[in-house]
Design a protein around this ligand. Structure first.
Ligand SMILES: [Zn+2]
Ligand SMILES: [Zn+2]
Length: 176
């Protein structure tokens, strides 16, 4: 298995930070592809002015090559039904994260590169964890904890608790 990242953002520092943490955590090769646009009218909901993450994942499920996990990184706001917004979503080998709500500017604060990159790393590790069949963790410091708002993302680390880590090891052993 490997991880293929497709990104709308041309942010070398962020993409490198994400690639490195994913490579280290999941012990997989990581490729990065930059594209002009991932999101389009097919997954846009004009009533909500947001993109439907489920539709997006379905659109890209055919793009996934054999033996790879696909991680999409998008700029615009995404949602899933039942939620006002989401930071990311993963389903059957394809995951998406949105950087829309990861910047301090979104909350009316001064830009902060370090915080932005840390948040992006956590959301990427979290969604790729779901691709490894990990579920949400009750340990709020664990990267697999659910983020209902940015405060949850900031509170959690980009590491897994013992419990999630041992589940991941089992998954990794059964991967081959
Ligand atoms: Zn999750
Ligand atoms: Zn955990």
């Amino acid at each position: 298995m490997k991880i293929r990242i497709i990104s709308e953002l041309d942010d070398k520092e962020m993409l490198e930070a994400i690639s490195n943490i994913l490579r280290e955590m999941y012990e997989l090769d990581v490729d990065v592809e930059k594209v002009e646009k991932i999101l389009d009218y097919r997954c846009f909901n004009s009533r909500r002015n947001q993109y439907d993450a489920w539709k997006l994942i379905q659109m890209y499920s055919g793009e996934r090559g054999e033996g790879e996990y696909l991680l999409l990184i998008v700029k615009e706001d995404i949602y899933a039904s039942g939620f006002n917004y989401i930071f990311g979503l993963a389903w059957q080998g394809v995951a998406v994260i949105s950087t829309y709500r990861l910047r301090q500017e979104f909350y009316g604060l001064e830009p902060d590169r370090k915080i932005f990159i840390e948040r992006s790393m956590k959301e990427a590790v979290h969604e790729v964890g779901h691709l490894h069949n990990l579920t949400h963790c009750k340990d709020k410091r664990c990267v697999m904890a659910f983020s209902s708002w940015i405060g949850d993302t900031d509170y959690k680390s980009w590491e897994m608790c013992q419990n999630c880590r041992s589940k991941l090891r089992v998954m990794q052993r059964s991967r081959f």
